[in-house]
Design a protein around this ligand. Sequence first.
Ligand code: NDP
Ligand code: 2IT
Length: 450
Amino acid sequence: MSYSQEVLADLKARYPYQPEFLQAVEEVLNTLQPLFEKDGKYQQNRILERITEPDRSFAFRVEWIDDQGKVQVNRAFRFQFNDAIGPYKGGLRLHPSVNPSILKFLGFEQIFKNSLCGLPIGGAKGGSDFDPKGKSDAEIMRFCQAFMTQLYRYIGATVDVPAGDIGVGGREIGYLYGAYKRLTTKYEGVLTGKGLTWGGSLARTEATGYGVVYFADEMLKARGKSLKGLRCAVSGAGNVAIYCCEKLQQYGAKPVTVSDSRGSILDENGINVEVLKQVKEVERASLTRYKELVPSAKYVPVSEYPQGQHFVWTVPVDAAFPCATQNEVSAADAETLVKNGCFCVSEGANMPSEIAAINTFLKAGIAYGPAKAANAGGVATSQLEMEQNAGMTAWTFEEVDAKLHNIMINIHRNAAETAKEFGCEGNLVLGANIAGFRKVADAMIAQGVI
Ligand code: NDP
Ligand code: 2IT
């Protein structure tokens, strides 16, 4: 058995109840063996056994009082996965599905994503099974404050810098930051995604979605193609999906779908981004509201999706942008996309494609941008926010956006060149995994067994 397969088998035996974590590890380990065959030092130093265990993790109870005066209890976690190349960095997710398996998969992915950015940031992830849906602003605030009364001990501007993820946007970061400041009396860049008048960076809100499109543009350019005129399917309707649609339109492409947890929109005229922002950022409503505002659009509730498939992937398109959540592209979805002529997939969400779906894309030879490369623009711009905070300065939108664009170009080049180095030209999964892993592993070796 190869080194990778040995470690994977061991993890499967140890964590049989953490399927998402095992899936993320399997996806990475499946591609690293060529590196281990080239250089024995990774196995000698038992890097895989070390990198698949978080440096440390915290679990805590969050208790808060709802608007009816009832005591509520949630479970919360922070996994500080790896700080070989910089302070821990990664988002916080608030969603009822949150558990250690999901946060470990996200934290593990974050190590390699952050490394690929070419910036000095380590990997972490945290969150809680708190469900923000239907909560008042006051309830969100009380939850965030209670959450921070525990979390503040473990974070800091040069220690661990959390940010947004599913269910955590500008509003939540504001309440979390206020609570941190009150508890510590420190005004420091401890969270990213902050408001623009109190340490936030221009273009951070747009960064992940824009980056996903910049990455797609690079993949297509490498194949002598462009985004112009392409018909696109986007899933999700949150932060990443909205700004992915916006940038696609700026490139002359046409996103025709978006989705949320209850249903999907098909808008043949192209998604109306202003309406989408009104519905999701202002009203925090369901996509049925988009249908009310744009009656010519089609709304398909989840109950009417074809068996085992997500509606948006059944729509014939040239390019697909999964921007909602993990495992939202099944093997059947991937086959439908490819059969319908889709030749580009750029992942905004983390681990949106099942392993069988990834294999379908690779086998079909389409341009496939794996999440840890394609959606790295968000965390990269978070690091730019940290850089501005450290220098007590603020850059213009154009400056930040230009840096983001450059970072995405470099990630693509790095992944593509690494794939070529290992004889797998065009396989950005292998290229991104090896490039991201190698830098962190080499830093771990240099820093010794600690
Ligand atoms: P948001 O909370 O802003 O939006 C999430 C969107 O996905 C919503 O439309 C939500 O629908 C939908 N969604 C979430 N969970 C599910 C589910 N289980 N089933 C169906 N739909 C679901 O989050 P973001 O846009 O920030 O994040 C989207 C993805 O992008 C995540 O995978 C995240 O990890 C990843 N990502 C985010 C980055 C960022 O900077 N924000 C950076 C890199 C990756 P509903 O509103 O109905 O819940
Ligand atoms: O998955 C991710 O990269 C994020 N949610 C963003 C993390 C960050 O620190 O900006």
